[in-house]
Design a protein around this ligand. Sequence first.
Ligand code: SF4
Ligand code: SF4
Length: 132
Amino acid sequence: MPVANPKKANPSAIIPDAPKKITRKKKTPKIIAVVNPDNCTGCEACIPFCPVDCIEHVPRDASDNVGVIIDPVQVRFDECIGCKICVNVCERMAWDAIAMYPAADVAEFFGIELHDKYEDAVAAHAGEAAGA
Ligand code: SF4
Ligand code: SF4
């Protein structure tokens, strides 16, 4: 039976190769990736495809009752460049755990400040971690 949409039958036509070189954010994107921890299996399929290497494991909320023992991943929102590659990877290779949201909504929901440049994002995060 013919395949109506060849891209759907060939994930590699949609998912690019994992980047050989990690780049860095220069401007806050309009949309940012957010992982739904209830849907994330922690499989790590998305991690190597992120061109700015901003997806990492985070501890699962102890009140979660989803029956999954592997910690989920989450995006370091202030480093995301909004490329949507992780969404495609998760949809095609794993599950359906990542969605894109307007950057302003993500900032408001998580109570964070977004910075244009990677260096400023990292400096701000370092300050938060140090309790500044
Ligand atoms: S590919 Fe999807 S399910 Fe796997 S770790 Fe990434 S977000 Fe979670
Ligand atoms: S949208 Fe792109 S930059 Fe943002 S987390 Fe996903 S792969 Fe990384």
